[in-house]
Design a protein around this ligand. Sequence first.
Ligand SMILES: Nc1ncnc2c1ncn2[C@@H]1O[C@H](COP(=O)(O)OP(=O)(O)OP(=O)(O)O)[C@@H](O)[C@H]1O
Ligand SMILES: [Mg+2]
Length: 316
Amino acid sequence: MSEAPPSIPAVETSGLTRSYGSMLALDNLNLTVQRGDLFGFIGSNGAGKTTSLRILATFLQPSSGTARVLGSDVVTDPDAVRRKIGYMPDFFGVYKDMEVTEYLDFFGACYRLPAAKREKTIGDVLELVGLTEKKGALIGALSRGMQQRIGLARVLIHDPDLLLLDEPASGLDPRARIEMMAILLELQRLGKTIIISSHILSELQTLCNRCAIIERGKLIYTGPVSGASGDLADTTIMWVTTPEADRALPILIALPDVREGEVVDGKVKLTLKHKDADASQIAVAMVQNGLRLTGLREEEIGLEEVFLRVTKGETQ
Ligand SMILES: Nc1ncnc2c1ncn2[C@@H]1O[C@H](COP(=O)(O)OP(=O)(O)OP(=O)(O)O)[C@@H](O)[C@H]1O
Ligand SMILES: [Mg+2]
């Protein structure tokens, strides 16, 4: 566990900026990730996720601004940062002709784990990622999902406090993704802080407690995952249940706060003009027009929907 006091965040960036030539890949990013967070890092292709993670992992220098990992500066104290993090890049070479144990032993040695301790540590991390029975297998003979899990085992070998995982579930089938998510939850339970970038927003929504959405290198949102929909959604969708949906539809569409409506599966789906619109007018209109109202429900807007609305496909 880290020697940093608990009040120090896992990650804190201030004005973090990175350009490639004239291309601004990361623009003044101010981001805080608290200890113990399972933090989703969300953005379209080219938004700057990998750039940010590589800076935090000390593989890339910022152009300006600062980033601290558990209190250590990534530029002035990279060795301290590396000891505290496990970085799983989006593409990592797997040493296909190595056996699983050999491979993990190699990385254990890189982190200067004493040889006597390595065997137990390798056993522990293999158990965590559910691959104990593949100890002696050649990495090249493992499935993609298993190789991803070996990649995760590798970044756990020196027991880092912070995991930086760049799309760890990409290319995995649904079952392998669910298994990967379960492993991440277990790691969070064990006290690790995890930052995970991914495009599979529905999964991040159930997995993560907090998230950041970036677009063209700029931070659009950071906060609780559940707050993202409330803060960022520009409309509310209401579902009206009534046995007279077809008669209700034109009446409800005519209401001042309703933008559009349609009948879906026998229910009236209304999109309101703004998220603070007063939905009670729907109930009033139903009653005034002698229509039976058996249900009125606000639709929960998922992270995916919010993301699509706020980013409008702005990639670079
Ligand atoms: N080595 C590089 N040289 C020049 N431009 C780069 C380099 N690496 C990244 N970029 C540019 O920086 C921007 C951010 O890229 P980055 O890889 O950080 O995005 P990302 O959010 O990880 O995208 P993806 O979802 O596709 O992985 C992109 O416009 C990309 O083209
Ligand atoms: Mg990337």
